[in-house]
Design a protein around this ligand. Sequence first.
Ligand code: NDP
Length: 319
Amino acid sequence: MENMPYRQLGNSGLSVSLFSFGSWVTFGKQMDVQPVKECLKYAFDQGINFFDNAEVYAGGVSETLMMEGFRQLGLGRNEYVLTTKFFWGIENRLNFRNTLNRKYLMQAIDGSLKRMKTDFVDVAYCHRYDPNTPIHEIVFAMDQMIRDGKALYWGTSEWPADAINAAYDFAVENKLHRPIVEQPQYNMLHKEKVEKEFKPLYAKMKLGLTTWSPLASGVLTGKYMNGIPADSRAALPGMSFVKDEIDNRENQNKVEKLAAISKKSGISMAHLALGWCALNANVSTVILGASRIEQLKENLNVLNHLNKITDLKKELDQI
Ligand code: NDP
């Protein structure tokens, strides 16, 4: 698509689309291969080149489905940036759950590549921080993954800034591949990490950000202002944290303020929320989620409103 902007992924030579597409909750739970394929095609046709996945999503099924979709569409591995993430594990055994130990990481990447029927992922993430594995073990394992050709870059997700800093310093000192990107939650309800905690890292290591839940799981679309629709994420089993976000009085105030700006400007709440994330220059890509293609179509229309949303930025920051 002509109006899709691209940004560098942190201190790397890789360009990624400002909006990207991820598969959490949706692939394998809400969508099977046909709708997955339609969404991937639409995303790709709109200029999206970054696709987010994780070992744990639908217990490995999300990885299988995404790659099956790409294969059915006839897309080559040079046409998109593919990611996966490791931490929680999908095997119920000692050393393979909630860990970043070397044994788990080296075997988990092999499992992902087998499911995805590909030789490498472009970015492998450590999905959470593991205080029980020494930082040198994690950095050596991620470096090894890259040296083995199984991943091209590595990053972290929801790590504390000091752990990212320590991993970066260790990699530099020992001439190992450095982490280039962090994947934090970033939306109008959760902005502390991106706007405060990681600040020193943008200057020091040019940390890239692939941010998640730009709509706070849909809360920022306003869809929950009058209760929980039966076909929504908050109504799914195991998603009680979305209900907590909805019930939170402070969040309700923010959603109401966003609704007021939306009414005044004529720009939908979803577009305001998505555009606001993209206006942060430290964000490399805003990962979109959609349970059906109509949402993806609607959400990507934000590209037609970015100029107007820029004018509203100060007001949106107040929320
Ligand atoms: P969002 O906050 O954008 O939520 C997406 C969900 O909101 C959709 O699945 C849909 O849910 C609802 N929705 C989307 N658009 C609309 C719309 N226009 N109108 C009404 N409802 C809408 O993003 P996600 O939470 O899905 O996160 C995006 C991606 O980020 C994930 O797919 C994953 O790849 C990544 N991620 C990474 C994490 C990490 O720890 N690293 C954690 C979480 C996500 P429904 O229709 O079911 O209500």
